[in-house]
Design a binder for this molecule. Sequence first.
Ligand SMILES: Nc1ccn([C@@H]2O[C@H](COP(=O)(O)OP(=O)(O)OP(=O)(O)O)[C@@H](O)[C@H]2O)c(=O)n1
Ligand SMILES: C[C@](O)(CO)[C@H](O)COP(=O)(O)O
Length: 231
Amino acid sequence: MTGLDPLRLAAVVPAAGIGSRMQSELPKQYLKLHGRTILEHSVAALRQAQPQLPLVIALAEHDRYFSQTSLVGCGGIQTVPGGKERADSVLAALQQLDVASYDWVLVHDAARPLLHVTDLKKLVTQCQQAGCGGILAAPVRDTMKRGGPQIEQTVDRHRLWHALTPQLFPLLPLKQALTAALAEGVTITDEASAMEWAGHPVLLVEGRSDNIKVTRPEDLALAAFYLETQR
Ligand SMILES: Nc1ccn([C@@H]2O[C@H](COP(=O)(O)OP(=O)(O)OP(=O)(O)O)[C@@H](O)[C@H]2O)c(=O)n1
Ligand SMILES: C[C@](O)(CO)[C@H](O)COP(=O)(O)O
């Protein structure tokens, strides 16, 4: 018993990005850390608590790399073509999940290989207790400024958070919120933004700050270090 089983839970992994900030020819989700692709780490992290967690992975239209991973032929994993933006990819993947079969969905970036099982369980438990969706988040660490090139304001960092993934939401309301927000041209950078826009409550669940998104070249060494220390 994992604690996640009774939830009628599925997961979506957007993995259709090109990783422009990583400046690598190979899309960053296929770069290797300790012998496994970042995507494989991210999927393994998501499935730690529930090894058969049904999963839909959104891939770039002309993806040439997924077929070379160990995820091919893994039970419970399907793939779908992603879209132009992350939100389009997430929505394409959500469309594969039948609301008659699943109540809740976790959305987790392919580029976050360091999710810890304690954070995943904490997110699920706190959302269940609150009866609403939520996201892992980390309090901002630095003094925050607004402006450029000159400072206009020092922003009070009290109650400011970095949004992380996974993000956990009831499946049908998330599908509806994302569909409507995208149709209205709202900028959606994570699932919570769509749910907030649609008026749903969203819980902030404090997660580990080592759950980084591999975004820039320097993040690779950091991710490798964190992976080593998590073992
Ligand atoms: N059209 C897109 C864009 C992004 N993603 C995914 O969304 C996650 C987070 O996005 P980000 O870090 O921005 O990835 P990229 O878009 O690949 O990076 P960049 O913005 O530097 O190009 C990644 O797992 C990425 O593969 C996606 O599925 N579909
Ligand atoms: C979903 C996300 O990972 C939350 O931090 C993020 O928004 C993805 O895209 P970004 O362009 O790097 O913000």
